[in-house]
Design a protein around this ligand. Structure first.
Ligand SMILES: Nc1nc2c(c(=O)[nH]1)N[C@H]1C(S)=C(S)[C@@H](COP(=O)(O)OP(=O)(O)OC[C@H]3O[C@@H](n4cnc5c(=O)[nH]c(N)nc54)[C@H](O)[C@@H]3O)O[C@H]1N2
Ligand SMILES: Nc1nc2c(c(=O)[nH]1)N[C@H]1C(S)=C(S)[C@@H](COP(=O)(O)OP(=O)(O)OC[C@H]3O[C@@H](n4cnc5c(=O)[nH]c(N)nc54)[C@H](O)[C@@H]3O)O[C@H]1N2
Ligand code: SF4
Ligand SMILES: [Mo]
Length: 705
């Protein structure tokens, strides 16, 4: 009998609604759910890969233990859950007791935010292991957004979200939503929404060193020298102040400090910016004027402006521009969401620089240290050295800067455990791998991405397949480990509550719960499997602010101090050489979606994109193999001539490099490519936030003799 299941796709931030047809254990089709009020039927090619993930023979079904062979190789032995969980808890507790809690390092990767049980239940384990050596993908990604939100709005998760459907002017920097489907901006079907914006007479301006798919669709594209955006943004702001174009409107009643910001950006003229960023001064002035003149304008920046040497300053300047022009909290500007399960009032606001990393003295954010510090914290002896590592839903060997150093470091650990369905570049170093159920075997409620969504909606879906009895969900693994660790420490384990019960409480006591006309509860969502529309974003300030006095204080001391670094950094002309940036493709997702034939087939996507002028300057040709080198490493790349990238810029996607010994991902290994992060540099950071600067890395290119 054919069955229809409804389900939100968890693979990226767009959280598209899906309609999945099954017969018995077989998945017959995966289509967009036209009744989802947010995604309206949209899907991308990755949705269908949910079937491939579920059926992948390489996906681990049972825990495995690594056996080291005499010849230096290793093999994997399937073991029982009992044995795997006991051995893991024992190793964690042993390290804790013998070397202190900081001897346990933790890294959690991106899918841990897309899988709600990992969010609700990680503290079943980590509450007992409060190590300072915690890391996550945040510090190779959106850390500057969190810091900006903490500083300006009082909570790390209060993100201003582009209200594209009601806007008429959109200035976008360092984002490529046509490939990424949007980030810190849940915006399914972004392509149509951009077309609609243009059809209304609105404009999209894209600032990016590469003429991306999004730039192609935009009204105008401006190539910018990687890493110079803060100068461009400061010059925009300078123009707004100089020409009297600022107008915070109703924000004025609860905003302070814009005068201090105006003085701080006074030296940053468009002429100064133009010298370094490649966009001329009249254009910068024109953009500022058009932005100020629009009825509703958005300034938004993502990966390209977060993961670069001025990531923190870029994100802060972007929000200052939105505030100074009155476009924050305005329909058609950048607005705050009100999710059905609202974490903002319930979770801590986050904090910054309350302690620092042991070796390099880098600041903590939200009790996490920069991922770029992980390798040195493992290899540098002394008190607080990491001896045992827990990784969950992460592949930092391919995804964090100077991954080769980490690759070597992980091999030196006394013990490592990975919560992951695959034996990949990172987990191959583990002693034990704990594989969770497949995504279709667990229920789903998106806790994280409704907070970033351009419309308030809510949806819960039960599992498509019931898992076999001897399988554990991620949250059950966290819970089972937590119970063992607690007992070994003589503590009382936390009572088990399933994630969906937490969601039920969150819904009932949330903003659309018992006390509202929506009367949301888990039962109500079960009865509406395509989700429930909660309406367009509303103006919510100052009430939504979480600052102590419910005011926005724009004169952030840390950011104002960093403006001096900006001035110092761009004092002289930049050294000659090439700058490396990344690239995303709609059929890929970070490092872990290359094992599915239907996503990797077709033209190769792992080449280094080089401008034809730079190719001839280096006496190289399209299709050649060449050596790409940086201060920290080198890889052999295949060259792709393209005028998409501006001269002086080369682009290589991350997440490849699947040719290492001992990994078990058959299809990925036959499309191995090289890892961009073998070339990126763990020492190249945004000094303000500690975020990795994986874009704008100085590199050289050489023919292979
Ligand atoms: N298909 C697909 N979708 C994904 C992912 C994926 O890997 N594949 N990953 C997901 C994740 S984890 C994230 S965080 C999001 C990211 O989502 P986005 O940020 O929208 O995606 P990116 O492609 O990283 O876009 C970054 C852009 O910045 C540009 N850039 C690089 N350096 C600079 C610079 O110095 N200045 C400026 N102005 N631009 C620069 C790059 O050319 C690129 O176009 O995508 C998510 N969605
Ligand atoms: N050079 C460069 N580096 C980058 C980026 C870039 O643009 N350029 N982008 C950065 C960004 S934005 C991000 S978010 C990071 C991503 O960095 P990571 O999060 O460390 O890496 P991923 O590739 O997402 O690895 C995901 C891992 O989770 C596992 N996994 C998948 N689903 C599940 C699940 O449901 N449960 C469990 N337990 N495991 C699961 C996969 O098998 C895989 O091992 O990479 C960053 N690194
Ligand atoms: S856009 Fe993202 S959420 Fe939507 S189907 Fe594709 S991968 Fe899934
Ligand atoms: Mo990310």
């Amino acid at each position: 009998m054919t069955q229809t299941h409804y389900r939100a796709c968890h693979l990226c931030e767009a959280i598209c609604g899906l309609k999945i047809e099954t017969r018995g254990e077989e998945i017959l089709s995966i289509k967009g759910d036209p009744d989802d009020p947010l995604s309206r039927g949209h899907i991308c090619p990755k949705a269908v890969a949910l079937k491939d993930i579920h059926e992948d023979p390489d996906r681990l079904r049972y825990p495995v233990r690594r056996i080291n062979n005499d010849d230096g190789s290793h093999s994997w032995q399937e073991i029982s859950w009992e044995e795997a969980l006991d051995a893991t808890a024992e190793a964690l507790v042993k390290s804790y007791k013998e070397h202190g809690v900081d001897s346990i390092g933790v890294y959690l990767g991106n899918p841990s935010v897309h899988n709600y049980g990992m969010l609700t239940h990680q503290n079943y384990l980590f509450r007992w292991l409060r190590s300072r050596n915690r890391f996550s993908a945040t510090s190779v990604d959106q850390l500057p957004h969190h810091l900006t939100s903490l500083w300006l709005f009082g909570h790390k998760s209060l993100f201003p979200i582009p209200d594209i459907d009601r806007s008429d002017f959109f200035l976008m920097l360092g984002a490529n939503p046509l490939a990424s489907n949007g980030s810190i901006w849940t915006v399914p079907d972004v392509k149509q929404r951009i077309k609609d914006l243009k059809a209304r007479g609105g404009k999209l301006l894209v600032v990016d060193p590469r003429r991306t798919e999004t730039a192609e669709l935009a009204s105008e594209h401006f190539s910018i020298v990687p890493g110079s955006d803060a100068l461009f943004l400061a010059a925009l702001l300078n123009t707004l102040f100089e020409e009297g174009l600022t107008n915070p409107g109703r924000l004025k009643e609860f905003t302070t400090g814009l005068d201090e910001v105006a003085s701080a950006v006074a030296p940053f003229t468009p002429e100064h910016a133009a010298e370094h960023c490649g966009i001329d001064a009249p254009t910068i002035r024109r953009i500022a004027r058009e932005f100020a003149a629009a009825d509703a304008a958005i300034c938004y920046g993502r990966m390209g402006v977060s993961t670069q040497i001025f990531g923190g300053l870029c994100q802060w300047l972007i929000q200052i521009i939105n505030i100074a022009t009155g476009n924050l909290d305005r329909p058609g500007g950048s607005m705050f969401t009100l999710p059905a399960v609202d974490q903002v009032p319930r979770t801590g606001p986050g904090g910054f620089d309350r302690h620092r990393s042991r070796v390099r003295d880098l600041p903590e954010f939200d009790r996490e240290l920069p991922a770029a510090a992980m390798a040195e914290e493992i290899t540098t002896p002394g008190e607080g050295q990491i001896r045992v590592m827990f990784t969950g839903a992460g592949n930092p060997v391919l995804s964090t800067p100077n991954g080769r150093a980490l690759d070597d470091a992980l091999e030196q650990l006394e013990f490592m455990v990975s919560l992951d369905p695959y034996i990949n570049e990172t987990t191959r170093h583990a002693d034990i791998i704990l594989p969770p159920t497949s995504p279709l075997e667990h229920d789903h409620y998106d806790i994280a991405f409704h907070i970033n969504a351009m419309r308030n909606t809510t949806r819960y879906n039960p599992p498509v397949f019931e898992p076999a009895e001897d399988k554990l969900h991620d949250w059950e693994i966290f819970t089972a480990l937590g119970e063992r660790v607690a007992r070994a420490l003589g503590e009382e384990p936390k009572e088990r509550v399933a994630p969906h019960d937490m969601i039920d409480v969150g819904l009932q006591f949330g903003p659309y719960g018992k006390d509202s006309a929506f009367d949301l509860s888990l039962d109500k969502l079960k009865a509406n499997p395509s989700g429930i529309d909660l309406g367009e974003l509303q103006s919510m300030l100052p009430e939504r602010l979480m600052t102590a006095d419910r005011q926005i204080h724009c004169a952030t001391p840390e950011a104002l101090a960093d403006i001096q670094r900006l001035a110092d950094n761009f004092g002289e002309q930049r050294a000659e050489g090439l700058l490396l940036i990344g690239r995303r493709h709609v059929r890929s997702n970070n490092s872990w979606m290359h094992n599915y034939h239907r996503l990797v087939k077709g033209k190769p996507r792992d080449q280094l994109m080089v401008h034809p002028e730079d190719l001839s300057a280096h006496d190289l040709r399209d299709g050649d193999q060449a050596l790409l080198q940086s201060r920290s490493g080198e890889v052999t790349v295949t060259l792709l001539a393209s005028d998409e990238v501006m001269p002086g810029v080369v682009s290589l996607p991350h997440g490849f490099g699947h040719n290492r010994k001992g990994i078990r991902m058959t299809t990925a290994s036959s499309h191995a490519g090289v890892s961009c992060n073998d070339v990126t540099d763990a020492a190249y950071l945004d000094e303000l936030s500690g975020n990795a600067a994986i874009n704008g890395v100085p590199v050289t290119l050489r023919a292979i003799a």
